[in-house]
Design a protein around this ligand. Sequence first.
Ligand code: AFP
Length: 341
Amino acid sequence: MATINKVTIMPPSDGSQIDKLTTLETYILAEEQRYPGASGSFSWILAAMTLSAKIIASKIRRARIEDVLGAIGSQNISGDHQQKLDVIANETLLRCLGARAGVALLASEENDEPIILRTEEDRPYCILFDPLDGSSNLDACVSVGTIFSILRHNPDADPIERSLLQPGTKQVAAGYMLYGSSCVFVLTTGHGVNFFVLDPTVGAFMLVQQDIRIPDAAPTYSVNEAYRDRFPAGYQRYLDWAHTNGYSTRYIGSMVADVHRILVKGGVFLYPPTADHPEGKIRLMYEANPLAMIVKQAGGKAYAGTQPLLEIDPHALHQRTPVIMGSPVEVDHVVKHLSVE
Ligand code: AFP
């Protein structure tokens, strides 16, 4: 018999390791038992995430029928053209999370400023999220996802919004929901990475893989190679090396989907700086940091150029960062090419 903390799981009769009857809610309650005296607010926050995921997943499935595809004509602070579903996903998360007592601050890619909710609770949390990563792909029915990062609120932060500006190493949990051919919820609370899939027939996320490990190596890179001439020389050297060493390329254009594929199959995701965007495109606080925590917890690596990504000391909520993350051997190949003069 396997145990998830104190929850005992009966082995399935077909000899496989997981009975696929452990829901995300069961898992969260079992996690809570690690911390005697826990108030339960963290579990309520994760329950709000699963509710949001189910709502957003159903909206995406019905998007063409309900005529909520396409842009709304405005841009967010990062300059992205907001899609109708960006707004719907953002409102869903703000409403579900905003109602939870343990949430002090919320920050979203779609809101210029963070939302200060309540800071008087005992040990409250800050939650940062990208409601719908890859949303410019929605019209083409490509996988998109929600990415989130959870930090402890720092009551000494002055002004209070500075509580959000903590390095990725301080994250207490991170996860993503991927709305693809199945709806996936990948979560780490700092003790490995667990993988859940929404069973639409019962309306619950079921644990399908515990402590998922990223393959050490796989000859696949994921980058928008059309920008190659605008990348710094080290990245171009890496691409030349990959071309002559039998590498293959896969690029979806939704980072959450690209990183999920790499988590499962191995490889490396790159979003380098370019001549016109020296900081790269990916947002540090609610895209790169949470995905980097997951990749690292699964045994992978994550860098911003030659600097460990999770160690970046943030200076702004919407700041961008270059990204290299994935299988440890593949990340090392890239970083080695950056270091050569
Ligand atoms: P959107 O959410 O606006 O579609 O942007 C997605 C994203 O931030 C990230 O998920 C992709 O990896 C990246 O942009 C793709 O950017 P390029 O189109 O420049 O390759």
